[in-house]
Ligand binder design. Structure first.
Ligand code: EPU
Length: 432
């Protein structure tokens, strides 16, 4: 089992210094790959992160009848720190409609083939991806939205089965919660439905705007991208497309928190500051300096941070995916930090691992209070999910001694070349 080993003398003893370049967003690229299903022919997605999930999504598309070619974008000398891929998908006129459990269970994003399959094949059988270490992750909004558009949906033998008897038709949809996955699936179904669909209380994450941008290039009629009401006029068919994935705001935000935890100055090349308004504002309140430039932004911390309060919410709120980093930061900041988790109920499981490094976190339902200013000390800990794993590595930069983060395959799913990037910034980190 692979792990990250982090050696440190404590926060601000070896400040980070340098630049990291951030590539395309995992949570966009995987959905863009699913969206290629909507148009027969060859689509090309660029700036795709070099992570296992992309390989698995490629295998799933192949199972549905596509030919998929995944090639490195970067030259050999920069491959270690700029691991980007181009994904070319040849989509056949006749698609398969069954997404099997052995592939779907390996990544949650595979549920995003549901909308395109219903739109193209008028039927789909997609294995339930199941819950994971951050919460239960229901599909009720995906299914009820498709039903309003004329599909019949049910779960049988672990599969979501959707079937359209006549045609998929536009409908007025309203989500109970601005779910990213439900918005994406319903949007991808609506672009080929008959008539107009409106999605109220839609998620507004930059990855959804990226999907809207690709669908529009394919010929879809969408109004309101980046707002909480999407208006879609269905078209008869779409064309294949070439598209470049938006920068990963969560990876960019992770590097911003790295500067806060270890001290020093990190330039985040390609980072889009406006996608991180609230996290960067919080880091500024914690004592950091943020400088934006045309190609990204720089985060600098010269003194130990002050405690902050955060409350996770759908975009443009504070992203749940950066919450574990905020908790790690609170544990070394001066004062009492407060965190409220409003998106994934089990994300506070991370507090138990952080406690192994000496953090003092009290959890009460979806609130956590963190008694900061303590000296963390290195210990063996375990990554339960992508973000918790990366946050433990960064917490290790602020803990005296050696921190070993096991189950590091979780980290690899969101952070291509994480150790190489950290070392380039001066951190003492190795893989074992
Ligand atoms: N929910 C329901 N019913 C539904 C859909 C969602 O109850 O039909 C609930 C979920 O259980 C959860 C909340 O709504 O409590 C939010 O779920 P959402 O659908 O917004 O999230 P997701 O699409 O499953 C994506 C990202 C997550 C990210 C969230 C929130 C992908 C593959 N995953 O998940 O990313 O945390 O949006 O921004 O896009 C990660 O990258 O580490 C990660 C977990």
């Amino acid at each position: 089992m692979s792990s990250f080993r982090v050696h440190s003398q404590g926060p601000f003893t070896a400040p980070l210094s340098g630049a990291v370049e951030v590539g395309g967003a995992k949570n966009s690229a995987l959905k863009l790959m699913a969206a290629t299903l909507l148009a027969p022919g060859r689509s090309t997605i660029r700036n795709v992160p070099d992570i296992l999930d992309v390989t698995v999504m490629g295998q799933l598309l192949e199972r549905l009848g596509c030919q998929v070619r995944i090639t490195p974008e970067s030259s050999a000398d920069s491959a270690a720190t700029k691991p980007r891929l181009t994904v070319i998908v040849e989509v056949p006129a006749q698609l398969g409609h069954e997404a099997p459990y052995e592939l779907v269970r390996r990544l949650r994003a595979s549920i995003s083939v549901l909308g395109p399959l219903v739109a193209r094949c008028h039927r789909a059988s997609v294995a339930l991806p199941g819950g994971d270490a951050i919460g239960s992750r229901g599909l009720n909004m995906h299914m009820s939205g498709l039903e309003e558009m004329g599909a019949k949906c049910h779960v049988e033998h672990g599969q979501v089965i959707a079937k359209v008897d006549h045609e998929l038709r536009g409908a007025r949809l309203g989500l109970d919660f601005p779910s990213v996955g439900a918005t994406e699936n319903l949007l991808m179904a609506a672009v080929l439905a008959k008539g107009t669909t409106s999605i109220d209380n839609a998620a507004r994450e930059p990855e959804i705007a990226d999907l809207c941008s690709m669908l529009t290039k394919m010929g879809a009629q969408i109004e309101g991208a980046t707002t909480s009401t999407l208006l879609i006029e269905g078209v008869d068919s779409l064309q294949p497309v070439e598209h470049t994935t938006v920068t990963d705001r969560i990876v960019a935000g992770t590097w911003a928190f790295a500067a806060a935890l270890a001290g020093g100055s990190v330039r985040v090349v390609n980072g889009i500051a406006e996608h991180l308004d609230l996290p960067l504002d919080k880091l500024q309140r914690a004592g950091g300096e943020i400088d934006t430039d045309p190609d990204g932004f720089t985060v600098s911390f010269t003194n130990r941070p002050r405690a902050i309060e955060i409350s996770t919410l759908p975009y443009p709120g504070f992203p749940t995916d950066l919450q574990p980093f905020a908790m790690a930061l609170a544990s070394v900041s001066e004062g009492m930090g407060m965190i409220t988790e409003n998106v994934f109920e089990s994300r506070f499981m991370f507090a138990q691992e952080l406690a192994r490094l000496g953090a003092d976190v009290r959890v009460d339902g979806h609130h956590a209070s963190i008694h900061g200013g303590l000296a963390l000390s290195g210990a063996p800990v375990e990554a339960h999910d992508i973000r918790a794993g990366a946050a433990l590595v960064l917490a290790g930069l602020a803990a005296v001694g050696t921190t070993t983060v096991s189950h590091s395959h979780h980290i690899d799913r969101g952070y291509p070349a994480f150790a190489e990037h950290l070392r380039a910034l001066g951190a003492d980190v190795e893989r074992s």
